[in-house]
Design a protein around this ligand. Sequence first.
Ligand SMILES: *[C@@H]1O[C@H](CO)[C@@H](O)[C@H](O)[C@H]1NC(C)=O
Length: 304
Amino acid sequence: MRSTLLSIVLAAVSITQIIATPETTNTATSGSAQTIDDATVLNFALTLEHLEKEFYAGALAKFDQNAFLAAGLPPWARGRFSQIADHEKTHVDFLSKALGDKAVQACTYNFPYNDPRSFAALSQILEGVGVSAYTGAAHLINNKDYLTAAASILATESRHAAFVSSAVNRMSAWNGAFDIPLSLNEVYTLAANFIVSCPSTNAALPVKAFPALSIQLTAPGETAAVSAPSAVSPPTYIVFFSGLDKIFVKIMDGKVSIPKDLAETVYAVATTSDSAATDDTIVAGPAILMYPKDSNNSLMAKKA
Ligand SMILES: *[C@@H]1O[C@H](CO)[C@@H](O)[C@H](O)[C@H]1NC(C)=O
């Protein structure tokens, strides 16, 4: 039964284009029409650092060591999260100092966790988005000193992501040989899920959130139902971001075939184009998809 289904699904795979070219040029996938100065990029980074800082501070205030132990987490987990919280606070202080009067202030947030386990799962996602944000924004930074500082923060966020994913959540520490660069709007779309409101005095950033995209979590090689708001132009393709690759798959009858070699964390957007995933063509997403592999490269039974 399953093998019949699988062969039908594989026959339906229609990957029309696989772009495996690293983004080596300065062409922004987002905001290319406007010039984005360094202060704007730093304020964007600060927006994310505020979010991370409040995320950890809030969870640590809510859950003591006993709550972590009762959730089945190791005795060292909370102390490590506390060290991560200190790093995020230091990043906020560092960027705020660099920006002076222009620095944006913290917003109010709503994080969908209700115990230390779901907090740790969300931590893995937020650290991953942070890594993709710094990776994707690197090309927008002009000042080389800022670029070095951003690379240094990126390295630390990447260590956080690896630690949480592997030591705490027992998944892979990495996301393949390349991690995924995301554009400002793609990152903002993911962050906006947790932002309730921001101080009106904060400088408006040139970013917007795309409508939500939901893709059914099935195994790579299987089909998955796609759901995007009906108000937007109907998307024709789902673009899977995996490492530096962007894989375009045509939507058929409201479903998409998940490319069979996808692994670990993948972001997906819905577009009206078969070859470009830009602010002009993206109509919804990113959605976050996770296909965690074990140490033997088998898909882990537990789908996060
Ligand atoms: C990986 O393969 C080895 C050797 O076959 C086996 O001992 C081990 O249990 C496997 N690990 C997992 C996570 O399945």
